[in-house]
Design a protein around this ligand. Structure first.
Ligand code: COA
Ligand code: NAP
Length: 269
């Protein structure tokens, strides 16, 4: 193997849901490694401001407003990104929505909204990316969650959607492997200073309870996740596909979580 495996100069990284949080942190890591970045998210302001922060690092980046629930908009965003930076070397699919709610407090539309964003949205992103992926060589990283495999009260919508996402990872590893496309899921643990964790642990008490459950006894940092994303996308990950990798300080070993106190604290009424 020649050169620095973590030099992404000349590579094109596309991040769906890239305007903030963990996904933006992954985008930043690839930008610092020299890649050109394409970001999409719903809000034109947020996604353009995120792209502009990346350009301050001295690389090229574009931000395109596209809701992953709208295939036409996602398709246009891929065409625009490929016209600008060429074939996609790394695709990160991480657009998601979440809230704590008991099954009986969720309308069919509440459940559907999260499944539409997380699961159907990921399907749209993956399917529409295909014609623009570098073949062979592209690496896809899906951002999943522990709810995919650990039964979690107040999280039925997310559990169903993320379980589906991990099965997309496994199925596409089989369908697209012969074209030299790798795909894996990352399961972040509770990552500090993110919107996702604010929704699941809205008070100092629930945050502390979450950190105490983690075998490594700390919350995760965005860079804990972005480093693994970079490893998967580098030559060091060249024989890894179809896997689901937990980056969670061992939280997956501890079984179902009790979100009742957090759900009480985050009630809408
Ligand atoms: N409890 C129960 N139902 C809820 C809810 C809650 N806390 N929050 C929203 N809903 C319901 C709404 O009432 C609506 O259902 P209804 O039409 O039957 O009333 C449905 O969910 C859709 O809500 P809406 O606000 O129209 O959806 P949206 O598409 O504008 O936003 C969300 C999507 C709800 C997921 C919103 O929280 C969001 O944009 N999240 C993105 C950020 C995020 O969640 N980050 C963490 C990622 S892990
Ligand atoms: P976040 O900052 O809210 O990130 C979600 C991103 O998705 C935002 O950029 C948002 O931008 C975008 N998005 C939401 N709905 C969209 C849609 N319909 N179309 C396009 N983009 C959309 O939350 P986060 O906590 O960093 O979470 C990032 C990922 O990590 C998610 O997949 C989440 O499930 C996963 N995760 C997080 C944690 C955690 O501790 N935070 C733990 C496990 C898994 P716009 O609002 O501009 O659309």
């Amino acid at each position: 193997m020649q050169g620095n495996p973590f030099d992404f100069s000349g590579r094109h990284v596309f991040v769906a849901g890239g305007s903030g949080g963990i996904n933006f942190g992954i985008a930043q890591a690839f930008a610092r490694a020299g890649a050109s970045l394409s970001l999409i998210s719903r809000s034109a302001d947020r996604v353009e401001s995120a792209a502009s922060r990346l350009r301050e690092l001295g690389i090229d980046a574009i931000g395109v407003a596209a809701d992953v629930r709208q295939p036409d908009a996602v398709g246009r965003a891929f065409s625009q990104a490929a016209a600008r930076f060429g074939p996609i070397d790394v695709l990160v699919s991480g657009a998601a929505g979440n809230f704590l709610a008991k099954a009986l407090d969720m309308s069919p539309n509440a459940f559907k909204t999260v499944v539409d964003i997380d699961l159907l949205g990921s399907f749209n992103v993956l399917r529409l990316s295909h014609e623009h992926l570098r073949k062979p060589g592209a690496c896809i990283i899906q951002i999943s969650a522990s709810q995919a495999s650990v039964a979690t009260p107040y999280q039925l919508h997310v559990s169903a959607a993320k379980a589906g996402i991990d099965m997309l990872t496994r199925g596409l590893a089989l369908e697209w492997g012969a074209q030299g496309i790798r795909i894996n899921s990352i399961i972040p643990g509770p990552i500090q200073e993110t919107e996702g964790l604010r929704r699941l642990a809205p008070t100092p008490e629930t945050l502390k309870a979450m950190a105490d459950r983690v075998p490594l006894k700390r919350l995760g940092k965005i860079e804990d996740v972005s480093r693994v994303a970079m490893m998967l996308a580098s030559d060091w990950g060249s024989y890894i596909t179809g896997t689901v990798i937990a980056v969670d300080g061992g939280l997956f070993l501890t079984g179902p979580r009790d979100f009742s106190a957090a759900a009480q604290a985050s009630r809408r009424d």
